[in-house]
Design a protein. Structure first.
Length: 369
């Protein structure tokens, strides 16, 4: 008997007694639900292996489609788990190491940013490098710090308390300049009127802060004054911020791919487009919308869709946790018919409605013009 014969037969136990093992990797995959889920996702999305952030993309997808899945040790699915499964269990090659020095443009950009501000934060540098090549998203803050220490020894400075205060004051001023208080006032009035109705369908601990007015873009993503355009729950607003940041990242990644499009990265473009659609769909299911300036085209890109009326938001908050999507209108029934429309007979609401822009007034009535 060959000394390697044990590789061809499994250990004798109740689950696999007498089975022939021709592919140990396949056996590990079969016995490992996480690896199986990852393999299925890769087979359905072959372009994902070329992405620098493939581990995070796959981890996010698995957590969304199968939230109960955990590792064999009972831990959560994260990018480190995915990375180990891809290379060790499934046998795919690891991603090549990433260096700033791989791209002369990246080297010049880091020098330009550092000399302009010797106290610049690593995430700010990464954000600019991603515009040169999306793969730089996977750079860690520590790798940037090490690079700066190596290339510019002793030149990096720290921010003083006065500088922190100045930045805070500048942010406050910027916030005031990029807000439209007249438009926001209408939504805030609408929010205050709707709070009593929504408070009845949430936990008592949430009843004091059940609704928020929301802007079509976060402060950091605005290029012009924007007022609040819709109401939502605090939790959905936090999800909105996360999805908006992801939409902006994907938009910039798509711009970088399109600027250097060829046969070798066409499949990556297709995958990024699918990811953009996925983010937009997630927003729509929760009645959220973002308006982002696309620097490559000079035009605004829109992601997600607002619910057609407050009634839909009410039903969604009351109903399934994943949202019910913009297709659920039912304008002639439920909360729209018995509550919001009848409220317009109230004189205080009529006065409030004068502060609403047409789209906001339409939402209050129960439909879109």
């Amino acid at each position: 008997m060959s000394r390697f014969s044990f590789l061809r037969r499994s250990p004798k136990n109740k689950s696999n007694k007498g089975q022939t093992i021709n592919n140990p990797v396949a056996l590990r995959r079969r016995d490992n639900p996480v690896a199986s889920a990852i393999s299925t996702f890769i087979n359905s999305n072959p372009g994902v292996l070329a992405l620098r952030n493939r581990n995070q993309v796959i981890a996010n997808s698995i957590k969304e489609t199968n939230p109960s899945l955990i590792t064999q040790k009972g831990g959560p699915i994260n990018r480190n788990v995915v990375s180990k499964a891809i290379t060790e269990t499934l046998g795919y090659p690891p991603l090549p190491k990433l260096f700033i020095t791989d791209n002369p443009r990246a080297v010049d950009k880091v020098e330009e940013l550092f000399l302009a501000d010797t106290s610049i934060k690593s995430p700010a540098i990464i954000k600019e490098l991603v515009k040169i090549d999306p793969k730089y998203k996977d750079l860690t803050a520590q790798s940037i710090t090490d690079y700066l220490r190596r290339e510019f020894p002793g030149q990096r400075t720290t921010i003083t308390s006065d500088q922190i205060k100045a930045k805070r004051n500048l942010k406050t001023k910027t916030k005031a300049e990029l807000d439209d208080p007249i438009v926001s006032a209408g939504i805030e009035n609408l929010r205050s009127k709707m709070v009593p109705y929504f408070s009845k369908i949430v936990d008592e601990s949430q009843s004091r802060n059940v609704l928020e007015g929301a802007h079509p873009a976060q402060l950091v993503n605005r290029v012009q004054p924007e007022g609040k355009t819709f109401i939502t729950t605090p939790f959905r607003n936090s999800v909105h911020n996360r999805l908006e940041n992801e939409a902006k990242r994907l938009m910039e990644q798509k711009n970088a791919i399109v600027s250097n499009l060829n046969d070798s990265n066409m499949h990556v473009l297709s995958y990024v487009n699918n990811q953009i659609k996925n983010v937009s769909d997630q927003m729509s299911r929760l009645g959220l919308e973002s308006k982002l300036m696309n620097e490559a085209t000079g035009q605004f890109n829109y992601f997600g869709n607002l619910y057609p009326n407050v009634s839909t938001l009410y039903k969604s908050v009351k109903g399934p946790p994943g949202g019910i999507g913009p297709s659920v209108t039912e304008k002639g029934s439920g909360f729209a018919q018995g509550g919001l429309v009848s409220l317009l007979k109230d004189k205080s609401l009529q006065r409030m409605a004068k502060n609403l822009i047409p789209k906001q007034f339409s939402i209050l009535q129960g439909g879109l013009s």
